[in-house]
Design a protein around this ligand. Structure first.
Ligand SMILES: [Zn+2]
Length: 363
């Protein structure tokens, strides 16, 4: 059980006990930071509750499990917030079904929710309608509602009765990354279960084992993810090797090259007209490198070296004292803050790099 879920051992134990003792709650609210496994838990719980096998669940092979993976299981419903666009209805339905299949098969890669997307009153009506009917397969029935913080008073109220007294063998699973926006009436009717950020080690191990990422790259990505596995997968798919190479070159230029080389480097970078999000992404990576170096100095087994730092010029690394790292991180974070305020990118980026260079010259 829960073989695909990273970490969150307490929750796994809780559900294992609940399955053993037959006390799985009827209405569950999974809350916690993004990318920590709320969707993955919902999917696995639904698979376990509907699997026909008497042994290990989910077996992945019974009729129920197979139907589930294609999202064709009549006793499973999965909803997520969508916008009420004017798209042709059939096309929209097809798009939504494809997203469902993708969520079920890659629960850590949840598609970005559109702005203003909500769980609609039509969805709540569909849920109520279907729960009036008998369960098709006679096992359990599961309704999953991702992003339940988008339920407003009208849709939330329409759902209350079902949450309070779901029909026999029916489990409702709701998730949210912003508990403060969930209606209190919904919260009070559910068993609240909280996921926590993954540790860097958990992210590193999972990237190596499940995504076949090299140890060095896994270290970087884990640092960037801040315990959010969805973000880690996103980073991985976004030309990570190229971005890493760029950040390392930038750091080496700052630490080892003359002022004029730095200016030329930045001018070259700006000529490519980078998007603000790209600049931010590259600087986030630079911060990740600096933090790795900082932690290496801090850790006792520093002679073994951090895999992620091996590709960086030794002379450059030697310059990075704890004080310098700290000051550089402060400068970069100030800059990222400015970036969010719509300032003139070219000018402040040049300023930042020259400041970072200057900081390192006093060491
Ligand atoms: Zn099965």
């Amino acid at each position: 059980m829960f073989a695909n879920i990273i970490g969150q051992d307490k929750i796994k134990k809780y559900f294992l006990r609940a399955f053993e003792s037959g006390t799985v709650p009827h209405s569950i609210l999974l809350q916690g930071p993004p990318g920590t496994g709320k969707t993955a838990f919902s999917i696995d719980l639904a698979k376990i509750l509907t699997c026909h096998n008497n042994g290990v669940k989910p077996c992945g092979e019974c009729v129920s499990c197979r139907k589930f993976l294609k999202m064709e299981h009549p006793d499973v419903q999965l909803f997520f917030p969508v916008t009420g666009t004017n798209l042709d209805k059939e096309k929209k339905a097809e798009e939504i079904q494809n997203m469902r299949i993708s969520i079920v098969n890659n629960p850590y890669l949840v598609p970005e929710t559109e702005k203003n997307a909500t769980l609609s009153i039509e969805m709540v009506r569909m849920i109520k309608q279907s729960l009036r009917l008998q369960s098709y397969q006679g096992k359990g029935r599961v309704v999953i509602l991702l992003g339940c913080d988008t339920l407003n008073h009208e849709t939330g109220n329409a759902l209350l009765k079902v949450l309070e007294e779901p029909p026999d063998k029916t489990t409702l699973i709701l998730t949210t990354s912003s508990l403060e926006n969930v209606l209190p009436t919904i919260k009070s009717r559910c068993r609240l279960i909280s996921t926590s950020f993954l540790t860097e080690e958990q992210v590193v191990n999972s990237l190596i084992e499940n995504e076949k990422v090299s140890e060095a790259n896994a270290e970087y990505i884990a640092k960037l993810s801040g315990g959010n596995y969805s973000l880690a997968l996103d980073t991985l798919s976004d030309d990570f090797p190229g971005r890493k190479e760029f950040a390392i070159k930038l750091l080496e230029t700052i630490l080892l090259r003359k002022k004029i080389d730095n200016i030329e480097y930045i001018e070259g970078w700006l000529r490519d007209k980078p998007k603000i999000s790209e600049v931010k992404g590259n600087l986030d990576l630079l911060i990740a490198i600096l933090k790795m170096k900082y932690e290496e100095q801090d850790s006792q087994d520093s002679d073994t070296g951090t895999p992620g730092l091996e590709e960086i010029n030794e002379k450059a690394l030697a310059k990075l004292t704890p004080d310098l790292v700290e000051n550089m991180v402060i400068e970069i974070e100030k800059f990222i803050d400015l970036l969010n305020k719509n300032v003139y990118l070219n000018l402040i980026l040049m300023n930042l790099i020259l400041r970072l260079r200057k900081l390192s010259q006093y060491e």
